[in-house]
Design a protein around this ligand. Structure first.
Ligand SMILES: Cc1ncc(COP(=O)(O)O)c(C=O)c1O
Length: 491
């Protein structure tokens, strides 16, 4: 079924009120140059043929759409298919965009690329493409992320990239993006900034989405071939949001297909404990519209507009803003977003490993945890698309969080001030009567086994014939030391 949804690209770079280009003047010239190059690449048969060739023969597309038979049986819910982006060269979807932008750098005659990375997957993809195309490459990475993703740091260096540790702020993705932008401003004539998600100033959110839209195009054809019908639900994790929008975009006009984005709920709902930008309805505090790193979107911020620190066990989801198109899809109620805890993601990863023989990236494990919670606690998600401005707490997460309040706060909406690259909207989110969400961290997964149950149903989120595609955005190799520690695998 086709909906009346207006695709929001009618004003380039705007998704309703979100998106835009909030940058210092020095960056306007390279952004306009990039926009022009991208616009001409879209209709350039030579560029498109080279892009298609590299996606196929270098990256390994199309990726399979695999029926997860044992997982489906175990959970007793909808039929679950996995879009296997984890099988791509370098182990995650990030390579799609890195190839596209690498080719644009060549087209713009820029011999050098800079990139930021959180989980290291975008850094590895960029270093890989740079080596393949003969470009110089510098990757900025928070030192906290360098510690937890050491394997990927070694991979980038082996590929000839310079990896620069960033020791400022929370020493994670946001800080790495700041440094990459600084490098870009300084070296703009020779350097392209190969941004790794649907974030930043126009044209990045649109361009990065388009480079990943092969995920949804393939998935659509594959599910029609396998099941002779469209899926009822799509699930994906949302850091900046590139793997999710890559899957969702092809289905936006199909009203019958529900889109579900899963964010990082981390250790709980208090500001600084999570990276959930669109889950105020579950009680996650601190998100409201503001400008971060060139785009207007939902940003986690303190009451006086400072960018908040975040926490997630997954480096790739540990970022205070969300891609502007997701903010718009949430406002339109075309997609729903919620968060799962670190603990739930670990349990989900463990279950996928044991039922399907696939160890997922921690990021993708969040998407699976969101799906599992909707099967095992269906009632809680029966009405989980929340009208704009209304907050509600979702009990499954609440049950895991001692002291979790049950009434949510109202989500404040404020006008943004166009003040530069990193300014949260001013003013306070909290209103009188907002609950106190200061809670202690829950224990990690108990060693005795998973709390996942199969097939309980009262007021089901899913109907009997439902069909899910879950984007398995990456593989778990990079996360083995975290899994080993958290799941106590050394014994
Ligand atoms: C495997 C994997 N999945 C998901 C993400 C999150 O990014 P995005 O939301 O842009 O897909 C990352 C980020 O590093 C990643 O490595």
């Amino acid at each position: 079924m086709s909906s009346q949804l207006t695709i929001p690209d009618s004003v380039p770079g705007r998704f309703g009120p979100y998106g835009g280009r909030y940058v210092p003047e020095t960056l306007m010239v390279p952004l306009l140059e990039l926009e022009r190059a991208y616009e001409s690449a879209k209709s350039d048969p030579v560029f498109q043929a080279r892009f298609a060739d590299l996606l196929k023969n270098f990256a390994g597309r199309p990726t399979p759409l695999q029926f997860a038979e044992r997982l489906t049986k175990h959970l007793g819910g909808p039929r679950i298919y996995l879009k296997r982006e984890d099988l791509l060269h370098t182990g995650a979807h990030k390579i799609n965009n890195a190839i596209g932008q690498g080719l644009l750098a060549v087209m713009m005659k820029k011999p050098r690329v800079v990139a930021e990375t959180g989980a290291g997957q975008h850094g590895v993809a960029t270093a890989t493409v740079a080596a393949h195309l003969g470009l110089q490459c510098t990757v900025y990475m928070g030192t906290e992320d360098m510690d937890r993703q050491a394997l990927n740091v070694a991979r980038m260096r082996m590929l000839g990239a310079e990896v620069v540790g960033v020791d400022s702020g929370s020493r994670t993705l946001k800080d790495a993006i700041n440094e990459a932008m600084r490098d870009w401003v300084t070296n703009v004539r020779t350097t392209h900034y190969l941004l790794g998600s649907v974030l930043g100033a126009h044209p990045y959110p649109t361009m990065v989405r388009d480079f990943h839209s092969c995920i949804g195009r393939e998935a659509r054809a594959q599910i029609l071939a396998a099941e002779k019908r469209l899926p009822t639900h799509l699930f994906a994790c949302v850091g900046g949001g590139s793997n999710a929008i890559g899957l969702f975009h092809e289905f936006l006009k199909d009203e019958s297909v529900k889109l579900v984005g899963i964010e990082a709920g981390g250790r709980g709902p208090g500001l600084g404990e999570h990276a959930a930008r669109l889950a105020a309805h579950q009680g996650f505090t601190g998100a409201r519209p503001g400008v971060l790193q060139g785009t207007y979107t939902y940003v986690l911020q303190t009451e006086d507009g400072q960018i908040s620190t975040t926490h997630s066990i997954s480096a790739g989801l540990d970022y205070p803003a969300i891609g502007p198109e997701h903010a718009w899809l949430a406002d339109q109620r075309r997609a729903e977003y919620s968060a799962v805890s670190d603990e739930a993601a670990l349990e989900a990863a463990s279950l996928l490993a044991r039922t399907e023989g696939i160890i997922p990236a921690l990021e993708s494990a969040h998407a699976l945890a969101g799906l599992i919670e909707r099967i095992t606690s269906p009632k809680d998600f029966a009405d989980s698309v929340i009208p704009t401005g209304v907050a509600r707490v979702s009990p499954p997460f609440a049950r895991r969080m001692p002291g979790y309040a049950v009434e949510g706060s109202r989500q404040g909406r404020r006008q943004v001030e166009n003040t530069g690259t990193e300014t949260g909207a001013p003013g306070s989110l909290s209103e009188p009567g907002s609950p106190d969400f200061s809670v202690g961290a829950p224990p990690l997964v108990s060693k005795g086994g998973s709390s996942l149950r199969s097939g309980e149903s009262s007021d089901p989120f899913f109907s009997p014939n439902d069909l899910v595609i879950l984007n398995l955005s990456g593989r778990g190799d990079k996360d083995m030391s975290t899994y080993s520690r958290a799941l106590d695998l050394s014994k």
